[in-house]
Design a protein. Structure first.
Length: 336
């Protein structure tokens, strides 16, 4: 009888598939890597061979240069790649552009590695697709019952109300450069904000990449193309690190906003000097995590990183055997 650990097992480099001789999201350079998405804690340069979706490979090339790996192989969603009898299929994870779950099949056993994921709609990426499996390997970044994220449209409405309330001030929205920034822009467009959105220079190349992959972000301009007075009543999107930088002084009485699931914790907002916390996350919250495990009802639940204990306890109470892998090296891109 095939045991799950015969197919996938944790090692210092990451989750390893011995029969196929490859790693999934390894944190150290390896010979063969399957990469679930382009965030730096999951997608690192230096591997010999990398398999990922076309968008993820493009993101890695943009961030690390075209020689980030010796060889690359693109697998579109639903396409199956085989190695030594092990089949790997990438299906949407709903996290960011190109993000995928890795579905690994071998000798009748199916294991799904979620990577980072969320279940709610995101206009910038394909939605999560549940895959029946024997073992579901899930993240748990927000794996505590306190984390129940509000509707993102309501959070964007709060931002627009603040802009209307303070027309003499600019609003700087701190958002992670890959995924969150583009999602914020698209949500603003869907909410009716058709004016130019000003962008920190660190976001320009990834915004252009999203455009090449069919995500229309509307009129954008560098946040250097207007006078200080002209930025009044405008929305600026920037990496969180820029909000505390001298760069932000060019704007009139800026309202500091920050889009992150961690903004539900008001103490974090205060520590960062955030005046307008926006609870918008690219990770599944507690209800999404438990609903996903409940929907799949896998034979086993493995938890890779995050708040493992609470989710493992929930699974045990619902007769789903669970274990925490406690893989190291994965940080929260929501708070970077």
């Amino acid at each position: 009888m095939i045991r799950p650990q015969d197919l996938l097992c944790p090692k210092p480099e990451g989750l390893y598939c011995a029969p196929g001789d490859f790693y999934i999201d390894p944190v150290r350079p390896v010979d063969r890597a399957v990469i679930t998405h382009g965030h730096a804690d999951h997608a690192r340069a230096g591997h010999y061979a990398v398999l990922a979706t076309p968008a993820t490979l493009d993101i890695m090339g943009e961030r690390y240069g075209r020689d980030f790996a010796h060889t690359t192989e693109a697998a579109s969603y639903g396409e199956t790649v085989s190695r030594n009898g092990v089949e790997v299929t990438l299906v949407p994870a709903g996290h960011v552009l190109g993000s995928a779950q890795a579905v690994v099949r071998w000798k009748g056993l199916t294991m799904v590695v979620s990577g980072d994921y969320k279940r709610r709609r995101d206009p910038t990426c394909a939605p999560f697709e549940p895959v029946p499996c024997d073992v579901f390997i899930s993240e748990a970044t927000f794996g505590l019952p306190v984390f129940r994220h509000p509707d993102d449209k309501a959070e964007i409405a709060r931002l627009l109300r603040s802009v209307a309330q303070f027309p003499e001030r600019s609003h700087i929205v701190g958002a992670y450069a890959l995924g969150k920034a583009q999602r914020i822009v698209r949500l603003l467009r869907e909410a009716g904000w058709d004016r130019t959105i000003y962008i920190h220079g660190a976001l320009e190349r990834l915004n252009a990449l999203y455009g090449r992959h069919g995500v229309d972000l509307g009129p954008l301009a560098p946040a250097t193309t207007a006078t200080k007075a002209e930025f009044a009543g405008q929305i600026v999107v920037a990496p969180p690190s820029a909000m505390q930088d001298r760069w932000s002084r060019r704007f009139p009485e800026p309202v500091a906003a920050f889009a992150s699931g961690w903004m539900q914790i008001r103490a974090r907002a205060r520590q960062r000097g955030v005046e307008l916390p926006l609870v918008i996350s690219d990770h599944a919250d507690w209800d999404e995590l438990t609903a996903t495990v409940g929907e799949l009802r896998p034979g086993e639940l493995w938890i890779t990183h995050g708040r493992e204990e609470a989710l493992a306890r929930w699974a045990a109470l619902h007769d789903i055997p669970a274990r925490a892998l406690a893989l190291v090296g994965y940080e929260d891109d929501d708070d970077s």
